[in-house]
Write a protein of this length. Structure first.
Length: 256
């Protein structure tokens, strides 16, 4: 008999040839905007990526450096899908550095991997991720996979919907890792001799500053950064972002 075929449940995505599944998803997504804007809090400036759909490389200003996200690894719609993931992550209030870090891990996932992930749907994704975990890729590559799934949820594609957000976050595990291995082994701590060398250097710098031969500006800056790292446990990027309005300068009262 004629007529339309029965409508398939969203839980079981329509089967399409592997070569077409990425094209199908990209076609269902809205067009990328003509400009993607992002904020870099290091230089307190809003930056723009113009014509993101046509760019083969995103050159991103991040913490005083230019970070390149290269899409030449990927065929056209594969690259376009990854750009959609990048835009989605920015829309989720992730920093541009975090979003870029996930995209930089994309070459660990071949086109066949992306096709398998997209085709799996909610029913088959656990099996696909189990196979990917065996490969011991960087953690950022697995987080990128989850970001892709959340993008599909947002646009209700391939059987996904926002109701699966909790399932993706809690039921689909990331590879196990020991975040505190360096703490337990002691590798992240200075030895007594290293601490003594730092304190001795800073004491010598104080004496030098009071002498007639003042150290160079660059040497004083290096000592200041060492002091911030040692005394206040600041990371390099935190030191670089420190502004003068957040610095208190005081002098010891003279004895007597």
């Amino acid at each position: 008999m004629g007529g339309k075929p029965p409508i398939q449940s969203d839980l079981f995505p329509v089967h399409v040839p592997a070569d077409d599944v990425i094209d199908q998803v990209v076609a269902a997504l809205p067009m990328l905007p003509p400009v993607i804007r992002y904020y870099d809090d290091f230089d307190d400036v809003q930056h723009s990526i113009r014509d993101p759909a046509g760019q083969v490389v995103f050159e991103l200003a991040i913490t005083g450096r230019t970070i390149r996200v290269d899409f030449t690894w990927f065929v056209a719609n594969h690259a376009l899908l990854l750009k959609h993931v990048f835009l989605f992550l920015l829309g989720e209030d992730l920093s541009v550095s975090t979003a870029a870090n996930y995209l930089i891990a994309a070459p660990h996932l071949a086109l066949a991997d992306i096709i398998e992930i997209v085709r799996a749907g909610p029913i088959g994704i656990a099996t696909v991720l189990a196979r990917l975990r065996v490969r011991e890729m960087p953690l950022s590559a697995y987080i990128l996979v989850k970001a892709l799934l959340r993008l599909l949820c947002r646009h209700r594609l391939r059987g996904w919907a926002d109701t699966y957000d909790t399932y993706i976050a809690t039921t689909l595990p990331l590879p196990a890792r020991d975040a505190y291995a360096g703490v337990r082994s002691g590798d992240v701590f200075l030895s007594a001799d290293e601490e003594a060398a730092i304190v001795r250097y800073l004491d010598e710098m104080v004496v030098a500053l009071e002498s007639t031969t003042v150290p160079s500006y660059e040497v004083i800056c290096d000592a200041g950064m060492l002091l911030c790292a040692y005394q206040f446990a600041m990371r390099p990027i935190q030191i670089a972002m420190l502004s003068m309005r957040n610095v208190r300068i005081w002098q010891d009262a003279p004895d007597g």
